[in-house]
Design a protein around this ligand. Structure first.
Ligand code: ZN
Length: 395
């Protein structure tokens, strides 16, 4: 943990009140995200929904994790310490099936995929999180979550399942019921399962078949549900709430909505997430990049022929919340912009260097407005450009 220069003992009397060059005033640390102010006190807690390690990293993953990394960096820039938790969803039916197709055990298969993912993240300059929990190490916490939800009347047990009562989750998350129903079906929540009282009830725990991983529980041998895994891992890393919950735009519902509702149901602390960073999808030929559609551009393939800093800049030179189309020619344009930025950083400062540097910081704190910060850095050059290259880890 870093020690702030102002953490030393205070001085008594006017004579001792001398400030050194590092002893500047503590600034107010306030990030504005999607029109809402988020005042922060160290440590800021950032939970990033991580990968299900059954496939290698595509640009959609990369965009999410690079933006979460920059959000952390901007918060750090404002003087607030950041603790990041990025989970690995290594207990998941899609992973179990993929491992089976490769003739491998799910956890061993997951580890090999995690290794490839971490290589991609390292090349893209994404800082390693303080916490990297794996779902299979947190089964007991999911069981505790299930017991807490049952005790609070927020869940019910049925045929070896524990279902969280999620009937009001779409409305609380701002989704119409029909849209929510379509999304729940799309993301494997099985809203038409007749065992449930309500289509939006989701499993905290479910019994395992012969080919599924299984653990003992008060409700029989089984495995956790996806949303419950992330709720339990976040509670374990940070306690009852987080400052920023990050993930792809497609995680807003049902995943983040149910994760938050479960944590709130178990702890009575609301809101679970003070703010959200749901990063816009990356499209290819007009369709969201996804394993299921097969239209993937892999990070490792792009990095064979292009510098990782150019790819990082391409991901960041836009509004974080908006979907966008990937085109290879834009990667070359990003490399050109990066060269101009490096040239600008080499220029000498004009007489007043503090104002443009502050303007870069201000743009970043204002909804992570990287395009505006880049424009300022490129035109002003000098310290402002060096400051931005540092915060965006493009150096
Ligand atoms: Zn998650």
């Amino acid at each position: 943990m870093g020690v702030h220069p102002m953490s030393s003992s205070g001085v008594i009397g006017q004579a001792g009140r001398v400030t050194g060059p590092d002893d500047g005033p503590v600034r107010s640390a306030e990030l504005r995200l999607a029109g809402r102010r988020l005042a922060l006190v160290s440590p800021a807690r950032l939970y990033v929904c991580g990968i299900t390690p059954y496939d290698v990293t595509h640009l959609g993953h990369a965009a999410t994790f690079v933006w979460a990394d920059v959000a952390a960096s901007v918060i750090r820039m404002s003087g607030v310490e950041v603790r990041t938790c990025r989970n690995v969803t290594d207990v998941d039916d899609v992973l179990t099936r993929a491992a089976g197709q490769h003739g491998r055990h799910y956890d061993e298969f997951a580890l090999s995929q995690e290794y490839l993912f971490e290589q991609d993240m390292r090349l893209l300059g994404v800082r390693r999180p303080a916490h990297e929990p794996r779902a299979r190490h947190h089964i007991s916490h999911v069981v505790q979550l299930g017991m807490a939800l049952l005790a609070a009347g927020e869940a019910y047990e049925r045929d070896g399942h524990v279902f969280f009562r999620g009937g009001d989750v779409p409305e609380r998350a701002g989704f119409g019921r029909d849209t929510a129903l379509a999304l729940s079906t799309q993301y494997g929540d099985q809203p038409d399962d007749p065992l449930r009282d309500d289509p939006f009830d989701v499993p905290v725990w479910r019994p395992s078949g012969d080919s599924d991983p299984a653990w003992p529980s008060p409700w029989g041998w089984g495995r956790p549900g996806w949303h419950a895994e992330c709720a339990a891992m976040a509670l374990c890393a940070f306690g009852a709430s987080v400052d920023l919950l990050a993930g792809g735009a497609d995680l807003a519902f049902p995943h983040h909505a149910h994760q938050a509702a479960m944590a709130e149901g178990a702890t009575s602390v609301r809101p679970f997430a003070r703010s959200r960073l749901n990063v816009g999808a990356v499209l290819k030929d007009g369709t969201k990049m996804a394993k299921s559609t097969g239209n993937l551009t892999l990070v490792s393939e792009l990095l064979r022929d292009h510098p990782p800093t150019a790819l990082r800049l391409l991901l960041l030179d836009r509004r974080w919340s908006e979907p966008w189309e990937f085109r290879l020619e834009d990667l070359a344009a990003a490399a050109g912009r990066l060269e101009r930025l490096y040239a600008a950083a080499g220029r000498a400062d004009r007489a007043e260097a503090a104002a443009p540097t502050a303007a870069v910081s201000e743009a970043l704190l204002d909804n992570l407005d990287v395009p505006t910060a880049l424009d300022i850095a490129e035109s002003e050059g000098g310290s402002a450009a060096r400051h931005l290259l540092g915060v965006l880890s493009l150096g």
